[in-house]
Ligand binder design. Structure first.
Ligand code: BGC
Length: 724
């Protein structure tokens, strides 16, 4: 029987391991010991009903408190790139700030494109501070699922196809949030790599893919970031729902990684009371839709009955309450929390900085960019995304922001009166939208008359900014139907560039789009993601060279969807029951480089207005480690930043390994002519792989190749070493 006494023993073992474990996640033993002492006292005073009241939602964004004992509710807010603000008890009971609006940070994928972990921290600090100012305790972010297919509707919220990059960015984000006294919540644990059938599919992947690709971000969130909350995913993993998954939650997250916080369900993701009780769910979240009141949730009244009948041991409930109280102590629910603020100049400045460093220059033939303010008199600005607000679209991550600068506003500001900017939409966002001949003609006419044409298009948060359930692109709950430019944008771009060869294309969106039809004809392409409140300013400053772009792609852009490994090797979106990850560890560039498939734009790619040279590369092997040094020089005329990337290749291994894997990087800021020595340490992790025949990480001594470069496909220096 599944719910055997063995399970009780294993759950209780975790409980005792937690209470006796002295030093995890940088907390001193005294602090935690003192906290647990207080928690034990509180639990002793609680009735069973009061305990059960704490392990399920009490409104859409709160879990229950115990008034009698002065234990408050725990309050939560989406989401990954801004504090979501809505009216009423549902969201913001009694909050005096409900009519305010906050900072809309560039979405996760733009943050990852900065390759600057310090910005991860700054980003998290903004969220923490704004959550604080609104009396929230938990920010439901970061979203850190691996970008496996370009079609996932939530790629814009996530970060990268590469687990190393995710891990580095996520730690800063979490610490930034939590240093403000707010809990971060890493989501969605695990394998929420598609929205299609997210509530029913069963993901099947090898242990190696789990260990090498899909788990590291969460591992870093717990062991390095010290995250206080993790949200389970909607899908199943190896036959069990992720939130109530003995292997993922009890064995890996809580036991192996030593997670001490709360594993909460995604909204409405619990399916079974006993499984949730046994297999690790601490808190069932959701909304009382369809007349299901909160006390009727799976972890509601039924639990009281089960305990009273002696079917469930009350200590299982105590463990969950203990974890919730632990998060309350960590978020200062019982003492004084730092004061927060929202929509401050500084917060918007952080949003701007992330956009400045996250926007990626994909192509720039003959240095058509940056535009010269004195050299042009007119711009034909074309495309719906040039004038469209993106903040309130996309699903639960929507943000009501104080302001959002569109590309049109940004360009108008920067051009002043010296440049005339015309605007034509060029296409229409509508269901099954195809090319609109009239709009294309108008755009072509405008392009003909202007010195430069700028088309701002790509993906968008669907048809309607506000009704996210109706969205079809870059939206929660639904994947994109294909990777093609929607709404007839291919025809538009082809016609515009014919009319004006000086056409620049700016793409917005959460990831790759098929540009293969026109990429060779367009001299400059910029990937702007969803760049947040200050996005339009950042973009305009990049186009005019006031900011030198330094973003790098956190995922591969395939030429065609069929070349993405989820299609080429694996299954996507799967059959109605299972999704088989046969692509295994060959996700993103690990596939393109190993299987020798030419990408459209490579992982790690991003151009600058200056040039960088790499010299003096040296690698000194140590004990199961190595130190890489090199000199990077800005050989151009303007200041800029280069992301030095270190890739490792295992020359000979028992199991097949990728052609290269990112194991280190550093963003280096250089003035013209300036050189800097870069030192990147490679630890044991850089050389080992997970051998799922042995069921363990192995470092096979022997020859390795170390590559340093400006992207995964622009390797500037290589050195062979021997690791013992
Ligand atoms: C999403 C979560 C989100 C939650 C609360 C769910 O639909 O998957 O990411 O935090 O709603 O809004």
């Amino acid at each position: 029987m599944k719910h055997s006494i063995f399970k009780l023993v294993s759950s209780l073992a975790i409980l005792f391991a937690i209470t006796s474990n002295c030093k995890i996640m940088g907390q001193t033993s005294q602090t935690d010991a003192a906290i647990y002492k207080k928690i034990d006292e509180q639990i002793k005073q609680m009735t069973l009903e009061e305990k059960v009241g704490m392990i399920h939602a009490s409104s859409s964004f709160t879990s229950g408190g115990v008034k009698r004992l002065n234990i408050p509710e725990l309050t939560m807010s989406d989401g990954p790139h801004g504090v979501r603000i809505e009216q009423g008890r549902h969201w913001d009971a009694g909050n005096v700030h409900v009519n305010d609006s906050g900072t809309y940070l560039p979405t996760g994928v733009c943050l990852a494109s900065t390759w600057n972990p310090k910005l991860g921290y700054a980003y998290g600090s903004v969220l923490g501070s704004e959550a604080n100012a609104r009396g929230k305790d938990v920010i439901l972010g970061p979203g850190i699922n691996i970008i496996r297919t370009p079609l996932n509707g939530r790629n814009f919220e996530y970060q990268s196809e590469d687990p190393f990059l995710v891990s580095k960015m996520v730690v800063g984000y979490i610490r930034g949030v939590q240093d403000q006294g707010i809990a971060a919540c890493a989501k969605h644990y695990l394998a929420n790599n598609q929205e299609t059938k997210r509530g029913s599919i069963n993901v099947l992947m090898s242990e190696r893919a789990l260990r090498e690709i899909y788990l590291p971000g969460f591992k870093a969130a717990v062991t390095e970031g010290g995250v206080y909350a993790v949200m389970g995913a909607y899908n199943k993993f190896r036959g069990e729902w992720c939130t109530e998954n003995d292997y993922l939650v009890n064995k890996i997250l809580k036991k192996e990684l030593g997670f001490k916080g709360v594993l909460m369900s995604d909204w409405g993701a619990v399916h079974n009371t006993m499984e949730a009780l046994w297999y690790g769910t601490d808190l069932e979240m959701g909304t009382d839709l369809g007349g299901v009141k909160y006390n009727k949730f799976f972890l509601g009244d039924t639990v009281i009955t089960l305990v009273k009948k002696g079917i469930v041991d009350e200590r299982l409930i105590d463990e969950k309450v203990k974890r919730i109280l632990y998060v309350m102590y960590k978020t200062h629910k019982f003492d004084k929390r730092p004061v927060g603020s929202f929509s401050t100049k500084e917060h918007f400045a952080t949003a701007k900085k992330v956009a400045d460093e996250g926007i990626v220059l994909l192509k720039n033939n003959n240095n058509i960019l940056p535009l010269n303010k004195n050299g042009i008199k007119s711009i034909a600005l074309i495309g719906v995304n040039a004038a469209r607000l993106q903040s309130e679209g996309g699903g639960s991550s929507q943000v009501r922001t104080k302001y959002e600068i569109t590309p049109q506003e940004g360009l108008n500001r920067i051009s002043g009166s010296s440049i005339t900017i015309s605007y034509s939409p060029g296409y229409e966002i509508m269901r099954n939208g195809t090319a609109n001949k009239q709009l294309i003609e108008a755009a072509v006419e405008a392009a003909k008359k202007a010195d430069v044409a700028i088309v701002v298009g790509g993906w968008a948060h669907g048809y309607n900014n506000y009704a996210w359930r109706d969205n079809a692109y870059d939206a929660e709950g639904i994947d994109k139907p294909n990777m093609d430019m929607p709404f007839g944008q291919n025809e538009l771009i082809e016609a515009v560039v014919k009319a004006n060869p000086k056409t620049i294309v700016v793409l917005m969106g959460g990831g790759p789009i098929d540009v293969s039809g026109w990429v060779d004809n367009i001299p400059a392409i910029v990937q702007a993601w969803y760049p947040g409140s200050e996005g339009g300013n950042a973009l305009a400053e990049i186009l005019f060279g006031q900011i030198n772009p330094s973003g790098k792609l956190p995922m591969t852009f395939p030429k065609h969807l069929s070349e993405n490994p989820a299609y080429a090797l694996g299954q996507y979106p799967g059959d109605s029951v299972n999704v088989l990850y046969n692509d295994d560890i060959f996700v993103g560039y690990r596939y393109f480089d190993t299987y020798k498939v030419e990408p459209q734009f490579a992982f790690g790619h991003g151009l600058s207005y200056t040039k960088f040279s790499y010299s003096n590369m040296n690698v000194v092997p140590g004990n199961q480690s190595a130190t890489v040094t090199l000199t990077v020089t800005n050989t151009g005329k303007v200041a800029g930043a280069e992301v030095v990337q270190v890739y490792v290749k295992d020359d000979v291994s028992t199991l097949k390994r990728p052609e290269k894997e990112l194991k280190g990087f550093e963003k280096v800021f250089l003035k013209p002519g300036e050189s800097k020595k870069v030192t990147i340490a490679l630890g044991k992790d850089a050389f080992q792989y997970y051998n799922d025949i042995k069921g363990q990480w192995v470092l096979e001594p022997g020859k390795f190749t170390i590559m340093v470069g400006s992207s995964s496909r622009d390797i500037r220096a290589t050195k062979g070493i021997e690791i013992r």
